[in-house]
Design a binder for this molecule. Structure first.
Ligand SMILES: Nc1ncnc2c1ncn2[C@@H]1O[C@H](COP(=O)(O)OP(=O)(O)OP(=O)(O)O)[C@@H](O)[C@H]1O
Length: 229
């Protein structure tokens, strides 16, 4: 594998849900590349398939047909155990609600220490201090989540998810519960992290996210409508 290879590729990915004896098509043949060190905004109307696609990229769900490759590994045929391992080592995930991303009894620094440990990094890893600086959180390192603003909480969660770095950081509406004033700091954190080589993909309805992204992928009715750029 070379670093020029995308962090993630999807080829002709199809996924349907089965509901009360009916098939509900969510993805109808998605092709997508996420280059390393890039920030991609995934946009599209409600129900267009964004969350479904993110769940496949994060290896918490599987495609019916087609292939999803993460960091050179085709994840579709992997066992549950192998997917759990790939997720821990190579994939970061960020939920919309800051509270869902954090443990209330750990400080900012302890979250980053835990993230480093889960990625197999050594104790006292210099990445932890670098990450605090990159996120603008060095002066908040000893604070618990309840002592932080929503934006600071979300930046802590980004740091936890991005240590390593993983190949891809998957974020579902990462600014959806933040007020305007703090959205910028979260977007600046994403932009700063692309320097580490991680591919960031964020599903969003927020035009501010799209403006800060390197690329915008639009979905409609389970398909990517503006192609691979
Ligand atoms: N668990 C489920 N069971 C049945 N149908 C589902 C399920 N999850 C999603 N769907 C359907 O799959 C399609 C795609 O949904 P998805 O949540 O991926 O869209 P989305 O673009 O993320 O929407 P939003 O912007 O509202 O989050 C929709 O038609 C939705 O109703």
């Amino acid at each position: 594998m070379t670093s020029a290879e995308p962090a993630v590729t999807c080829r002709d990915v199809v996924r349907s849900y089965h509901l009360e004896g009916r098939d509900v098509p969510a993805l109808r043949g998605v092709d997508l590349d996420l280059p390393r060190g890039s920030f991609t905004a995934l946009m599209g109307p409600s129900g267009s398939g964004k969350s479904t696609l993110l769940r496949l990229l994060a290896c918490v769900d599987r495609a019916d047909t087609g292939s999803v490759t993460v960091d050179g590994t085709d994840v579709t045929p992997l066992s549950r155990r192998a997917r759990v391992r790939l997720r821990r080592e190579r994939i970061g995930f960020l939920f919309q609600s800051p509270a869902d991303n954090l443990l209330e009894y750990l400080t900012v620094r302890q979250h980053l220490e835990l993230g480093a440990r889960l990625r197999g990094r050594p104790a006292g890893d210099p990445q932890i201090e670098e990450m605090l600086d990159r996120l603008g959180m060095a002066d908040r390192a000893g604070h618990l989540p309840k002592q932080l603003s929503g934006g600071e909480q979300q930046r802590t969660a980004i740091g936890f998810a991005a240590l390593g770095p993983p190949a891809v950081l998957v974020a579902d509406e990462p600014t959806g519960q933040l007020d305007h004033g703090t959205v910028d700091s979260v977007l600046a954190a994403f932009a700063a992290l692309t320097e580490t080589g991680v591919a960031i993909v964020a599903a969003t309805h927020d035009p501010a996210v799209a403006r800060r992204a390197d690329r915008v992928i639009r979905m409609r009715d389970g398909r990517v409508v503006n192609g691979v750029s």
